[in-house]
Design a protein around this ligand. Structure first.
Ligand SMILES: Cc1cc2nc3c(=O)[nH]c(=O)nc-3n(C[C@H](O)[C@H](O)[C@H](O)COP(=O)(O)OP(=O)(O)OC[C@H]3O[C@@H](n4cnc5c(N)ncnc54)[C@H](O)[C@@H]3O)c2cc1C
Length: 400
């Protein structure tokens, strides 16, 4: 049992042991480039267009941004990455990274891919979770309507067509959860924009009530940059207690801040996002503490690149005598980012996973562009990434 707090997240030798010097240099080059908002803004506009012209840029994308942030084009390719991570005690959350396309046939195809991913995960010893975006299997328009429909809030559907479409979405999710429960793989339902989140939350609660009786199969995601989510987490816990199921809670700060603020502004509404980063941080850390304090009924996935938040949870665990490898507490970072957190925590015996998307290069471009955008802001993650990569390269050079 490891409950000591000697945990340090800045050992770069441990963080990058799985990377060759050549691949670290490629990562340094990539992060240096995407540090520039101008380059990223140009790339996000031009790349999707170039992909459609048939120009041979696949190789360039693959050897740079794709290899940094994506597990592979297929499950077989991704298996190599997950084995590599597994050698260092790091687990994997598999994500079919293809962006949502509208249409019932596409939704059925995505459902099949997710089920394939679950079946594959069950054959590997370090892939405990598969993540799902509901917009991959449900129409955006439907979700928006359901989010708004006041009558639906009381459980009465607005029209037969919407009713039937929503039933199909539910059938898809039940099919996914059925396989997941049978194979012992967890399902993480991603959180999306506020204007579609309500039906996602309701479905998550419904599924948790069915599948989380003895162990946690289904996890909902709580975006703590929203000013109502700490309360919603507490409410979800209360519902779980009343209805006798276990709560699966994946905590994130939230990815759509600019979009949310812009939309609230356009609609003359109060923004659903906290007024500043400090308020988000406070709710995120309070939510994490709430989960740890109620660990008898909550399984927590702390999905964050924030060192303080990860250390805080490790400290709370130590204070409460919770072993590092307690199956109810899990830490996660995106593949290609924050290796110092993932690998140092894994080395200390914590349950840590990388969120690893997979899919054909052309189809995962939007995911890649989002990673580039997220890393290009001045306060973004890139400075931290570059600092650690440069430190490790210098360490290796000095050792020669
Ligand atoms: C494994 C994993 C799964 C994820 N799944 C989802 C998901 O399902 N849905 C989703 O939305 N996101 C998801 N994310 C992304 C996540 O929400 C964050 O955008 C990202 O992780 C950065 O937050 P942080 O805690 O890592 O780090 P930090 O760098 O400490 O925090 C940055 C975040 O703080 C918030 N913030 C920044 N400035 C302000 C401000 N001025 N006012 C208020 N808040 C501010 C924003 O949320 C911003 O993204 C996931 C991340 C990971 C690692």
């Amino acid at each position: 049992m490891n409950v000591s707090m000697s945990l340090s997240l800045d050992n770069t030798q441990i963080a990058f042991a799985y990377k060759s010097t050549a691949s670290l240099k490629r990562a340094r080059f990539l992060f240096s480039i995407i540090q520039s908002p101008l380059v990223v803004s140009l790339a996000t506009r031009v790349t999707p267009f170039l992909m459609n012209t048939g120009l041979p840029i696949n190789g360039l994308i693959r050897s740079t941004i794709f290899n940094q942030f994506v597990g592979g084009e297929t499950l077989e390719e991704t298996a190599r990455v997950s084995k590599q991570l597994g050698a260092y005690g790091v687990q994997v959350i598999l994500d079919y990274g293809v962006e949502a396309k509208e249409g019932e046939e596409n939704f059925d195809d995505v459902t099949e891919k997710i089920i394939e991913a679950i079946e594959f995960a069950a054959t590997q010893n370090n892939i405990p979770f598969v993540s799902i975006k509901l917009t991959g299997i449900a129409s955006l328009k439907l979700l928006e309507t359901l989010n708004e429909a006041p009558r639906l809030r009381s459980g009465i559907h607005d029209s037969e067509m919407e009713d039937a479409a929503w039933e199909r979405v539910k059938e898809r999710m039940y099919a996914v959860c059925e396989v997941a429960a049978e194979k012992g793989v967890g399902i993480l339902l991603d959180a999306e924009e506020t204007w579609i989140q309500d039906p996602i939350d309701r479905l998550a609660i419904e599924l948790m009530e069915v599948y989380n009786k003895e162990k946690v199969v289904v996890y909902n995601t709580y975006q703590l940059y929203r000013n109502d989510r700490l309360h919603f987490l507490q409410l979800s816990y209360k519902i779980a207690k009343e209805r006798n199921f276990l709560l699966g809670a994946k905590l994130v700060r939230g990815a759509y801040m600019e979009k949310e603020r812009l939309r609230a502004n356009e609609h003359g509404m109060t923004s659903p996002i906290h007024i500043d980063k400090e308020a988000t941080d406070k709710d995120f850390n309070d939510a994490a503490a709430f989960c740890i304090n109620n660990k008898e009924s909550i399984a927590l996935i702390l999905a964050s690149h924030n060192e303080q938040s990860n250390l805080l949870v490790a400290k709370l665990m130590a204070e409460k005598g919770i072993p590092a490898n307690d199956p109810r507490v899990h830490f996660s970072q995106l593949y290609g980012m924050s290796d110092p957190i993932s690998f140092n925590m894994a080395k200390e015996g914590y349950n840590v996973s990388k969120y690893v998307p997979f899919g054909p290069i052309k189809e995962v471009i939007p995911y890649l562009m989002r990673r580039a955008e997220e890393n290009s802001s001045v306060n973004g993650q890139t400075n931290r990434e570059l600092l650690f990569i440069r430190r490790e390269l210098a360490r290796r050079k000095a050792k020669k």
